[in-house]
Design a protein around this ligand. Structure first.
Ligand code: XMP
Length: 326
């Protein structure tokens, strides 16, 4: 496409001129925006850019590998992964209140990011070229929203993984500031990024941490991760990815119900499917998924995920329900 080609050329030239010989860092979340922003900057300044990916343990199945392997293979980006899984689990132990969870996850994210950033800064200083720039995948709608919109941000404390503390001493590079999501996806494809990343549906910064209703533990994360992977695989196989905005899969970890499997009684947890259709996530309707797809998801989850003996469907629009349960 000539337009995406032009945007790429223009941005690459501009970033090169801005940055000169200094170093650049970028937080990757696994999402589309930071992935495309970083790929553009990498095309402009190569290994002057280092990306930081914080694995907070609240990711979905295979997400870390998609960044570490597929993304790195397709871009050649220099990547530092911070394994912060223990740190987050410890900080979240005993916490059940949704806003408290969000605040803790945001705080620990900044802590983990800053530790990695300090190491890189020391290394860069030793090489005589300090880190001066920080890449952010801010899009046009983000610019508009933070310019005073009354968004969902007022209802829940939103946090963008890959988004950052205000007091870091960097200048910002925001190559996607004038663009909408579909344009960003087009640029990502043009840059050769993997479809698993470019085609990704929205996923909240606090990740699976706000999709476990109750305390977040390693076992519960594992249960939810397996159920979520099944739901996503079946939705994709049914060709429904383009029709739904996203489909949160939620574990009601403090609820149990009686079931029967084989000749035994079970006492397991429910999984909630929350498929929604939306234009901008400000309002949404529940998606009328085909019954046979729902049946396949339900059968597979209850058969393959031992801890789960019931699958329920959320049929609430937004408002009054939000998309995420916390
Ligand atoms: P709600 O639950 O408020 O979600 O209806 C609206 C959209 O925002 C996503 N979401 C988040 N995204 N950080 C994010 O980057 C967050 O903390 C966060 N919380 C919710 C949600 O998945 C939906 O697309």
């Amino acid at each position: 496409d000539w337009r995406t080609g032009n945007v790429i050329e223009e941005q690459v030239a501009r970033i090169r001129e801005q940055v000169g010989d200094s170093k650049v860092i970028c937080g990757l979340s696994g999402g589309v925006d930071s992935a495309v922003a970083a790929a553009l900057v990498h095309r402009a300044v190569g290994d002057q850019l280092t990306c930081i990916f914080v694995d907070h343990g609240l990711l979905r199945q295979d997400e870390r590998e998609q960044v570490e392997q597929d993304y790195v293979a397709s871009t050649g980006v220099r990547l530092v992964t911070v394994d912060a899984r223990e740190q987050f689990l410890t900080a979240l132990a005993g916490v059940t209140d949704p806003e408290t969870k969000r605040k803790i996850i945001g705080r620990e994210f900044i802590r983990a990011f800053e530790a990695a950033e300090r190491d890189l800064a020391a290394e860069a200083a030793a090489e005589g070229e300090p880190i001066r720039w920080l890449v952010q995948g801010t899009l046009y709608p983000d610019v508009v929203e933070s310019g005073g919109g009354a968004g969902t941000a007022n209802i829940k404390s939103h946090h963008n993984v890959g988004g950052l503390p205000d007091d870091l001493q960097f200048e910002l590079i925001e190559p996607l500031r004038a663009l909408f999501k579909d344009e960003v996806r087009a640029i990502g494809r043009e840059l050769g990024l993997p479809e698993v990343i470019v085609g990704r549906q929205p996923f909240p910064g606090p990740g699976l941490g706000i999709r476990i209703i109750g305390e977040v533990t390693e076992d519960r994360l594992d249960t939810l991760r397996r159920a979520d992977a099944i739901a996503r695989a079946e939705l994709t196989a049914a060709g429904l990815d383009g029709e739904i905005w996203q489909c949160p899969v939620v574990l009601l970890a403090d609820v149990r119900s009686v079931g029967v499997q084989g000749d035994g009684r079970t006492y397991g947890h429910p999984i909630v499917l929350r498929p929604v259709s939306s234009e901008d996530a400000m309002t949404a309707d529940w998606t009328r998924l085909p019954y046979d797809v729902l049946a396949r998801i339900s059968n597979r989850i209850t058969n393959e995920v031992e801890e789960v003996n019931r699958v329920v469907l959320d049929v609430t629009s937004k408002p009054p329900g939000t998309i995420e349960w916390e």
